[in-house]
Design a protein. Sequence first.
Length: 178
Amino acid sequence: MVDAPVSGSIITLQQGKLSVMVGGTKATFDKVKPVLDDVGPKVTHVGENGLALVMKIATNLSLAVQMLAFSEGVLLAEKSGIKRETAVDVLLHSVIASPMVVYRGPFVLKMPAEAWFNVNMMQKDMLLALELGRQVDVPLPTTAVTNEMLTTARAMGLVEEDFATIFKALAQMAGVKP
C-alpha cells in the first residue's frame, strides 16, 4: 500500500503536469511507479506511509501563504494608485510568478464560477499544518496569519469560493472594492 496525493490544479491536470508524492516502502513504490507515471510526469517517493500526506500539507500551506502575499502586493500597488489589472500583470511576469501565482493570481480580477479548492478545504489543511508544526516543533508564523485570513473569509460568507478569495477579505479590510 502507498499513499499518493497529487499536487496541481485544473490547469496542471489539463497540461499533464500533476506531480505525485508517494509514501510507502521503496519496494512498493518501485512496483507502482509505472502506473503513477501515467498520472503525472513527476512522481517522487518521499518516505514511509503517511509522509506523502505530510508533503501534501506542506505544499498546500505554501499555496495559501503565497496567495496571501500576492494579494498584499496587488492591494499595496492598487491603493497607491496602480490599476489592479496592471499590478496583476506585472506580478505575473515578475520573479514571484510561481506556477500557482500564474494560474490563481488572475482570480483577484475575476473569481472562477466554481472553486478549485474552497476556503474550508484549504483551512482544513492549514489547521493540519499548524498542528503538525506544534508536534514537531516547527514554528509556522505565516501559516498562522494566513489561517486567520481564511477565518476572515469564512466570516464574510466566502466559504464556498476558491481560497484565493482571501484577496476579497483583505481588500475589504483595506477599504478597497474587491
